[in-house]
Design a protein around this ligand. Sequence first.
Ligand code: ADP
Length: 841
Amino acid sequence: MEWKVHRARGGPVPRIAPTHMKRRQLLQQLALALAAGAAGAALNVFPPTMRLLPGRVLTLPLAILYGPAFGGIAALLGALPFARVSPVFLIILGAEGLAVGAFARRGRSSLTVGAIVWTLVAGAMAYEPDWFGVGSMGSMIGPLALQRLLNGMVAVVMAELVAVVATASQRRAPEDDAPRLRAYAFHVFILVAILPVLLLSAVNGELFASRQQTDGAARLHEAVTAMGDHIDGYINTHVRAVQALAMAAAHVGADPARRQQLIGRNRTIYDGFVTTFIADRDGIVQQIVPPQPAGRPINPVRDRQYFIEAVRTGNPAISDVIIGRLSHQPIVTIAVPILDANGEPDGVVGGSLNLSKFRKFLEEYRTLPGATITIADQHNRVIYASASSGFAALQNLAQEPIVLASAAADDGLFRYTRQGTDGARTAQLASVGAIGVGWKVFVEQPLVNMRVQTTSYYALTLMLMLLALAGAVLGARGFSGAVTRPLEELVSIVRRVSANGTPALAALDLDPPAEIADLLEDFNTMQTRLANSYHQLEQSLSQRERLNHDLTALTQDLDRKVRERTTELADATHIAEDANRAKSEFLANMSHEIRTPMNGIIGMTELALDTQLTGEQREYLSMVKASADALLAILNDILDFSKIEMHKLELEQLPFSVRDHVAELLKPLALRAEQKGIELICHVLPDVPSVAVGDPGRLRQVLVNLVGNAIKFTERGQILVQVETEALQSGEMRLHYFVSDSGIGIPADKQEQIFQPFKQADGSTTRRFGGTGLGLAISSTLVQLMGGRIWLESSPHEGSTFHFTTTLGVSDARPETIEVDLTSLPALIVDDNPVNRRVLH
Ligand code: ADP
């Protein structure tokens, strides 16, 4: 029912199946339809159940499941066995298959369709019984039609059940969210309620029918026997009457008046005789009652079979049946010979017996519903037949089915199919009985008459069915109210909750069964727990949000503070830089200012040393001179460093001889090395260009510092100064200088920091060797300014090698050294410092 609506609605699945899949499915369904049709046909011809047309239990589910086309094919195939009996059924069953399929497609129950189809069939049967071959049933048509309706429905209901089972076992489409349980329960309730009533009615009908048939057969047999006896009795009575007449005629002799009187009296006793006559030995009729009208000749009877036989045998003879010329009734003539004293036939008494008198006692058997009585003579000619037989008087029945079939009957009971005058065929149950004279009595009834129950029986069954249906509807309502509706409500509650997250507790409108109430309670508990955790989650979320907010505020605050501090720091840096610059400026001024008196001190000391001095004085003054020299060196360093810090150092661009430059600067240093017992070697590689353009003074400063350090930190061994070309391009060259010693070396961890100002490798060395820690800082800055870099390789106790590179210009011109001898030339000395003036003087 309803679930089929949804099944049908959900029908064309959106997914597009490949055509070969579709074709395969169609072929599969066709094969199933053909198989169901064949099986249905086999079931339909199974005789004891034919009235139920049971093959439809197999063919109709196909219509329900696969639609009208396959349903029609299966139904037609299943109905083929009826084509011979009554083509109407071919049409009905085919139409039923189509209708059930079409209705199922629209989601309609096949019960409705079945009820419509079989009500129509029953109506048609009552209205036009001939279509169904039951035209002769008369009053039986009503019950027969009702029986057809009920029998037709049995297979429909069973087919529906088969389809329900088949559908229930199918997988449900995911998009199909119809309330299946309710529809399913409803359907099953109805089927379960109706099926027993229908089956009971069908089974009861069958049992009743077979009992009726047995009873009917017995009744037929009885009727035949009774009729035979009656007819026998009738004929025998009249035979004896004729015998009595013959004896009386013999007794009275050939007296015509007495004979006439005899037959006249006889006729008043036996009114069954149409005529009674006495013929003489030659077959000439002498006396006859009723008397024949005048002028009408009475034919002699000498050539009649009954006369000849009676005379020949001396016994009563009975003629064949004839139709009386005047009475138009079937007549037999009973002939009895009149025997003389010698026992020789002296004439014949004849009585023409009117057989239509049978009708009177045959009428007693009219109570047999639809019974047909036929009486045939020894030549199978009809003596008497009920109007329903369709046989005419004296019709020869020798080739009629009834006679042919009776020949094979053993105890006088047989079945045969009668072909009505209208062509309708009916299955008949018949009984045949023999009558002494060689006649036969046939009594027959349509089989269906015996099988059909009364109208009230079917009406009662129908009523029971309706009652069951009402009960089923009520039951289904009750079930749906008690179980499915609360379940559906529960489902919608769950859906609502899952869709909206409604935190309110759910309650059913209906009073549900305990199981569903428990389920709902569990659901509510679960929902409460869910709501609680949801609440907690929400709380922690809002907490997190608050924290986030705080954090943002904090970050902003921090950011602001950082910016403030940065500004402050920038200011401070600015101030510090200013202070530093002031300091450097102060240092530079200071050094510069101190250098002038220092020159005075050194110059004056030198002058004093040139004078006559005691050994002690000379030693003291020499120490003054050395200290003043050292101090001047420090001052020069500090001045340079200050200049560098204030970015006031500028390089000159002068051509100079690389080799001369090195040689000259090493001269004084070689002296110092020699004093320490160290060998100083200088090696300028041949590929080094002789002339370069740069600042020879600054280059000298770097080299002097490096070589000076080497001498300072080396106790024995040698010092190598080497110059090589690293790169030479047009207009530019890159020279590589290195100073290698065999001194104390520098630990790896100190190698970087010694290039920092005021940093020394080892605090103790300062005390031992002296120095400011500015030399390498100045050198590295100068090397950078000269477009090179400085680095070192060293290991403690093995020695150090300081490398540096410098970019210099290339020049072809030889540097000119102008040497002018100024000795003994008069000079004017101008200086604001009187010490300077004195020194130069
Ligand atoms: P200082 O005036 O102290 O010589 P420098 O900047 O010239 O200042 O040198 C810094 C330090 O580097 C020195 O005090 C010494 O510890 C180390 N140093 C420099 N040259 C050498 C070297 N050739 N061998 C060993 N140590 C050296």
